[in-house]
Ligand binder design. Structure first.
Ligand SMILES: [Zn+2]
Length: 326
């Protein structure tokens, strides 16, 4: 199949004046109007593909190609694809040669199968070298630069508009070299300020949807690993890599903007839907399920799947998880 790929024109919104947090009045969140609530009839659809973790093993490239075909063959077509990160199996600890090969596989499948605008987000496993020991790292491609080049991203966080919706794509992955994983889930200060400006400068007439690789608020990180055992004797221990460690600060920022409708994420490979302070947080499983394990394709209860998102012009959003190989 030769499908032409269109890369979405990505633009980083220019920084405008900074309004102080303390000067903001708390705004009571307005629920989207349910009048004439016909999802899809006056809106649009986007697919959300996250955690495809491509490698040459376990027929991953063929399965990812099949998932993209499934998306394109939907009766009601999406008009774009949110690509949620962890596009490749791993670059945190892999050699340069293996990382290069994984990116080749990813770009091959995107070039041959995707003919919709693709809006990429950086995942932790897309970042080269952060999990390596000193001495194995190579200055030039170290960090996010390589991933951004492969994903054709000018900026690691950005925004774009579709109809009366504003989409904000964040970079959740922050280096953390004193922990084993090499990363933590949070926004750096520069990005937080950008987000605050972006929210302040987005018209209140627009609905906002935020995409991040790692969930900002989610329930399923509790069940990713034996976290109740790890936390003994004090209680649950949810790792800082599983959910934004700055979630409280972000939640407080979101309280000042009653047009934020939804936050979309992946990373955990489990699925949930959490409504908190009027915002719908969807953690959308993984295209790779259990990292393409052929004996056990599902991770806990969740099969390999992508999400279909219906955005309505009145601010409603509906998420449908689609296990594409059934
Ligand atoms: Zn991840």
């Amino acid at each position: 199949m030769n499908r032409k790929k269109f890369i979405a024109a990505l633009s980083l919104a220019s920084t405008a004046h900074l309004s102080s947090a303390s000067g903001q009045r708390f705004i009571k969140r307005q629920q989207p109007s349910s009048k004439k609530s016909k999802l899809g009839s006056s809106g649009f659809r986007l697919a959300h593909v996250t955690d495809p973790h491509i490698s040459s093993r376990n027929n991953a490239p063929e399965k990812i190609a099949a998932a993209f075909r499934h998306i394109h063959d939907q009766k009601k077509s999406p008009i774009g694809i949110l690509s949620g990160g962890d596009s490749i199996m791993d670059a945190l600890r892999e050699s340069k040669k293996n990382t290069k090969e994984q990116w080749r596989l990813w770009n091959d499948v995107v070039n041959s199968e995707v003919n919709l605008p693709l809006y990429p987000c950086i995942g932790n496993h897309d970042v080269w070298g952060w999990g390596m020991k000193e001495g194995q790292k190579d200055g030039g491609s170290y960090g996010k630069k390589w991933a951004m080049d492969e994903l054709k991203l000018q900026d690691r966080y950005y925004s774009f508009s579709i109809q009366n919706w504003e989409f904000i794509v964040l970079d959740s992955v922050h280096p953390s070299f004193d922990t084993g994983s090499g990363y933590t889930a949070r926004l750096d200060e520069e990005q937080f300020q950008w987000l605050e400006n972006k929210l302040n400068n987005t018209s209140k007439e627009k609905h906002i949807c935020i995409l991040s690789h790692i969930p900002i608020i989610s329930f399923c990180p509790f069940f990713d690993g034996p976290n109740e055992e790890k936390g003994k004797p004090n209680g649950w221990l949810v790792p800082h890599e599983w959910m934004h460690i700055d979630a409280r600060r972000i939640k407080n920022l979101f309280k000042r903007h009653d047009n934020i409708r939804s936050c979309i994420s992946g990373h955990i490979h489990l699925q949930d839907s959490v409504e908190y302070l009027g915002i719908k947080y969807f953690c959308n499983g993984a295209l790779s399920g259990n990292w393409w394990n052929s004996q056990q394709p599902a991770y806990q209860e969740f099969k390999p799947a992508y999400a279909m998102l219906d955005f309505s012009s009145n601010g409603e959003i509906k998420r449908t998880m689609i296990p594409y190989d059934e």
